[in-house]
Design a protein. Structure first.
Length: 406
């Protein structure tokens, strides 16, 4: 019998297994994919953004539970970046920071996966891949775990199954099914860190990338905002700034609320700046004027929104048309109708309710011998290493808690 069985060989699962194994336990990891850390290989566009120097819980994390902050702080602590780096450095991984984003010195996610696998092997953790868990049964003295090929038992089990994001990399709803079988409460699960779909046809500007400021409104009320590179597609909007708004947008859509975006296409310019450029372009076409400050495809999108002919001369515009043009440049309004599918989502929002979990140990309150970690929990973060930080630190806490109980 094992001391600890970890279900899932991703960032949270491997971290949990390392923590339990370093404590001296006999540990087994069951991974449904053919190799461990499959999603981790792809994080940060293959560079693995491990953490971030700027961690403000209210700014960078979200949950369906409105009282999630104390729960989250208990897990990742007041200085999560320091804790994360202590663990990563203990694996022999050197890191560096670029604009607050922390990466492995090798600039390869594989360096992190390999270091974790080497540590798991060094401390004697057993790993079985291509083993999808179909059933968990908890009894007083042990937990029985059944896969599609074999059965195992342990004193404790850690659920670190991940979520549905990136299905091509092994994301699935297996963890949610196991949670349901254990009668755990699940909050609404949806895509996060993904593109958004808009009701307007933006195909005329598809492919354009531009610096912008986006403000998210839910039922007409301010909800969030982001600055950065905006990418326009034929179905809607993408880019890191949009990814960071997608979790909030998804929650609102899941609650049947109206979600809108206001896009400032020229955040670097004030209204007076634009007026001065407009006066300097007097006598040019409207397309020519706009192309002086934005991409020509984007200019055509703006003009279509204003019902102004691209070839119309600026000096023939009415005062109302000028005001409309300036307003749309600084406040282009779009209704969000949905999010792109799980294959294009970096993480899932929602999951096992925080009310089911003891944040001090990651133990499930209904079961003293089952623990939980990572993306399957109803906590999600923005781009920038926040999700990986939570996955690893929750995994470490779960591994420590599970072994201590065993």
């Amino acid at each position: 019998m094992y001391d600890v069985i970890v279900i899932g060989g991703g960032a949270a699962g491997m971290s949990a297994a390392i923590s339990a194994g370093r404590s001296g336990g006999r540990v087994l990891v069951l991974e449904k994919n053919k190799k461990m850390g499959k999603k981790l290989y792809a994080t940060g566009n293959g560079r693995c953004n491990l953490a971030n120097e700027d961690v403000v819980l209210t700014k960078h994390y979200a949950s369906w539970d409105t009282d999630y902050l104390s729960f989250l702080e208990t897990i990742i602590g007041e200085n999560p970046t320091h804790k994360l780096l202590d663990f990563v450095h203990s694996l022999g991984i050197s890191t560096y920071s670029k604009k607050g984003y922390i990466y492995p010195m090798a600039n390869q996610a594989s360096a992190v996966v390999w270091a974790m696998l080497d540590e798991l092997s060094r401390i004697g953790v057993e790993m079985i891949t291509d083993a999808a868990v179909s059933e968990i049964h908890s009894e007083k003295e042990c937990v029985y775990v059944k896969t599609d090929k074999d059965s195992y038992k342990a004193k404790t089990v850690i659920l670190a199954c991940g979520g549905r994001s990136y299905s091509s990399l092994g994301g699935s709803d297996m963890g949610y099914k196991l949670a349901t079988s254990l009668n755990l409460k699940l909050t609404n699960i949806h895509q996060a860190l993904c593109p958004v779909i808009t009701t307007k046809d933006l195909s005329i500007a598809a492919g354009v990338r531009t610096s912008a400021h986006a403000t998210l409104y839910v039922d007409g009320m301010y909800a969030d905002e982001e600055w950065g590179e905006l990418q326009i597609t034929d179905y809607g909007l993408t880019g890191i700034m949009i990814f960071n708004l997608s979790s909030c947008a998804g929650k609102a859509l899941g609650s049947k609320k109206k979600v809108c975006l206001s896009i400032d296409m020229v955040p670097q310019l004030e209204n007076q700046d634009i007026r001065e450029i407009f006066m300097a372009a007097m006598g040019r076409t409207c397309l020519g004027f706009l192309n002086g400050i934005i991409n020509d495809k984007l200019a055509r999108l703006i003009l279509n929104e204003c019902n102004i002919d691209a070839s119309k001369k600026t000096d023939t515009l009415t005062a109302d048309e000028v005001e409309r043009l300036l307003d749309v440049l600084k406040n282009y309004r779009l209704e969000v109708s949905g999010l792109k599918d799980y294959e294009q989502a970096q993480v899932c929002s929602g999951g096992v309710s925080l009310s089911e979990i003891d944040a001090d140990t990651m133990q499930l309150k209904q079961y003293n011998n089952i623990y939980i970690a990572g993306e399957i929990i109803d906590i999600d973060g923005k781009c920038g290493g926040y999700n990986l930080t939570f996955a690893i630190l929750s995994g470490i806490k779960a591994g420590t808690g599970a072994y201590a109980y065993s």
